[in-house]
Design a protein. Structure first.
Length: 198
């Protein structure tokens, strides 16, 4: 089931994902939440504070997802995947692969070639990251998910070491010739994820 959750504060969405995961039973249908966040830096469980270089007035939230530091903001399509991995018969590594495959599929629909990089989860166009992935697995179920840059302000990425890599370039669909707005991209992303995760 795909749910458009609209604009949500990061912590509000995070707590809602935790509540959903705690309350779910083996019969609970899986859900994909499409959201957009106000500006926020998030540190994953492996994130080190020194990778947040100059946060300024942007909040920094220590999250329970995997990975390092990233930025969320308006114009970024975020998809959270609340899945029963045991029921799907897949593990975390395969889930990451499928999330990457969905992002690559969406990019291909716009005539863009996305690719993976060994040891660096996410999706890249040329040498710049366009989609970040961070997950949490609890009791065999996933939450958190992926974030694709549509027309988000890229400047905040220069104020962190994205995913722990100093100088890692970020890109967005708007700079790659894609005119679709966030809603259209979220729709494509949700549909692709639903196919890939079925």
């Amino acid at each position: 089931m795909i749910r458009d959750r609209g604009h949500l504060e990061y912590v509000t969405a995070w707590r809602a994902m935790q509540d959903f995961t705690r309350a779910r039973t083996p019969e609970t249908p899986d859900e994909i939440w499409l959201v957009e966040h106000p500006p926020v830096f998030t540190l994953g469980l492996a994130g080190r504070p020194e990778h947040v270089l100059t946060p300024g007035e942007t909040p920094v939230v220590k999250s329970d997802r995997g990975g390092q530091v990233t930025y969320h903001g308006p114009g970024q399509a975020v998809a959270y995947v609340m899945l029963d991995l045991r029921r799907l018969g897949i593990g975390a590594r395969e889930l990451v692969r499928r999330l990457e495959a969905s992002a690559i599929d969406v990019l291909a629909g716009y005539g863009l070639e996305g690719h993976r990089r060994d040891g660096m989860p996410g999706v890249y166009v040329a040498n710049a990251k366009i989609c970040a992935i961070g997950l949490r697995i609890s009791r065999g179920c996933s939450y958190h998910g992926l974030a694709m840059n549509v027309d988000v302000d890229l400047a905040p990425f220069s104020r962190i070491d994205p995913c722990g890599y100093p100088g890692l370039a970020a890109t967005r669909l708007a700079d790659l010739g894609v005119g679709d707005k966030i809603g259209a991209v979220q729709h494509r992303l949700g549909e692709s994820l639903a196919r890939t995760l079925a």
